[in-house]
Design a protein around this ligand. Sequence first.
Ligand SMILES: O=c1ccn([C@@H]2O[C@H](COP(=O)(O)OP(=O)(O)O[C@H]3O[C@H](CO)[C@@H](O)[C@H](O)[C@H]3O)[C@@H](O)[C@H]2O)c(=O)[nH]1
Ligand SMILES: [Mn+2]
Length: 616
Amino acid sequence: MAYDYPTEKISIYVSDDGGSVLTLFAFMVAAKFARHWLPFCREHNIMERSPHVYFCSNYQHPSSPHFDKIKMMYEDMKVKVEHVIDKDEVTDEYITDHQQRQVFTKWTKSFTRMDHPTVIQIILDKSHDKDISGRLMPNLIYVSRGKSKTSPHHFKAGALNVLLRVSAVMTNAPIILTQDCDMYSNDPQTPLRMLCYLSDPALKSSLAFIQFPQRFHGVNKDDIYDNEYKLPFEINPMGLDGLKGPNYVGSGCFFRRRALFGDPSTPVAPEIPELSPEHVVNKPIRSQETLSLAHHVASCNYENETKWGSKTGFRYGSLVEDFYTSYRLHCEGWKSLFCNPERAAFLGNVPITLFDGVNQCKRWCIGLFEVAFSKYSPLTFGSQYMGLLMSLGYSHYAFCSFWCIPVTFYSFLPQLTLLNQVSIFPKISEPWFFLYVFLFLGSYGQNFLDIILVGGTVRRWWNAQRMWMIRGLTCNLFASIEYLLRSLGISTYDFCLTSKVVDDEQSKRYGQGIFEFGVPSPLFVPLTVAAIINLFSFLSGLTGFFSGNNMEGLGLQMILTGFIVLNYLPVYGAIALRNDAGKMPTQIIIISTFVSVALYYASSLCLWSNNDSSKH
Ligand SMILES: O=c1ccn([C@@H]2O[C@H](COP(=O)(O)OP(=O)(O)O[C@H]3O[C@H](CO)[C@@H](O)[C@H](O)[C@H]3O)[C@@H](O)[C@H]2O)c(=O)[nH]1
Ligand SMILES: [Mn+2]
């Protein structure tokens, strides 16, 4: 709302997919505060337009009565919202007028998160609502789409399509910014940057969207979980920008509305003319007609037998609706652009526990598999419609979980054979030895350069490569198994939201750079087994060397195992040295020990019988 842009041209649609009366209440209170906040930002030319960030930051705030007053208002607003959240209901004391009471009556007894009618509430209307300086305010509209247990809701893509339709009926602006609930705008000038591109006549006809990188606040010093994901959010998009453009990453992206309705040359007409990007809205948003049409297009059955999710709007069929939508747009012939200004345009939250991080990654990997093995697979369909390089770019993501295969092999095979003193790699004297060394140094060297060149540090690189290793045995592995089970019809999956809850102890440990396990989840078993086997294998190798056994040909295995042990130091700490709530849960340690011992015996049996048969 506080962008440096004519306010009467901005409309904000807030999607509350959970349908919570508390969210609506919070926005009503926030809108009141905005009447003071917007003029305050303009007058003092403030860069931090998120009040939370502004008041938390340590900048030199002007110490004027004006500042103190607005800070007090902000605190008041916060207390009000927190109070209502604690009570878990909007009590009468907070309802100021009849109109508000009217809205809240929509939350009847039968209203649940998964089953409720549409609620659309105009909180601010740019044709009447003014701020305290007399300027008109942007539209602020709360939308909670209708839901029923019997109709599919398609997760975030479904929510975005409802916003597309409701906004078409009410205001139909040609440019749309999508923004996640856990992100905020960090630069009031962003719309101007975006307009430079979108109004360029040379680009205009085929430019579908402009993607700003996902950047984050609150990442700890060395980014222990590689939450910044520099590769997919910053490094790769720069490369893709030289082809058809970066993929959409779900947030911080400006779309041309037209791009969601057919390819650049042949528009796909929506089922009612009011939804067409060409439609000119000529009724006030509060008119009965507009409101009832808006409710209609937001209802849970509206999409039945329409092209929504297949030919128009955000596409359905993958948990990574962002990736999939931009993939289909690129196939249709649209282009995109990457805009990466020095000051982050948007900043978001990161998961602060390993469990949340790998779970988020697991959802992405499953979603990517859904694209990889769909009839629109980037390898077959993609290479036909957008060229080899672009389709390789998309395939590289779509199939990324396959990393679990080499990572699993390299985490167990050299170690188990080392424990049994069997050599599997070439000896130092053989020429093949240098191929291994070259491949290892080459891929690690490239990754190192990539990260350093975008301003990363050596420690950040180290942590990023460690997380790659950990993801191979957690999210990549489990995503592959779950995808397989789903394909066989054994299970289904869900969009597990990334946790937005803040636990003080967890935040503290995250701040200190301590790995947080804590949750007794099967996700951690392969990782723990690998940690145990690598440690024992490395120790047995060391004793072998020092006691003068014949260790010829085991050098590479020793180096690899030592490297993995070094990477797993935080895992050993979590298993043996810690006592806080974030340590490795005892169940996981016990199960993993059993599995490790079993693996060791199984491997010895295999290798002995092999040896025996080769002697015969
Ligand atoms: O059924 C749903 C599920 C999610 N959301 C919204 O989707 C957004 C992203 O959800 P979040 O839990 O924050 O997931 P992340 O893993 O952090 O999201 C990343 O991954 C998603 C794809 O899986 C992208 O859409 C996001 O933009 C990207 O930030 C949030 O605003 C949610 O409110 C819905 O509206 N309805
Ligand atoms: Mn998120």
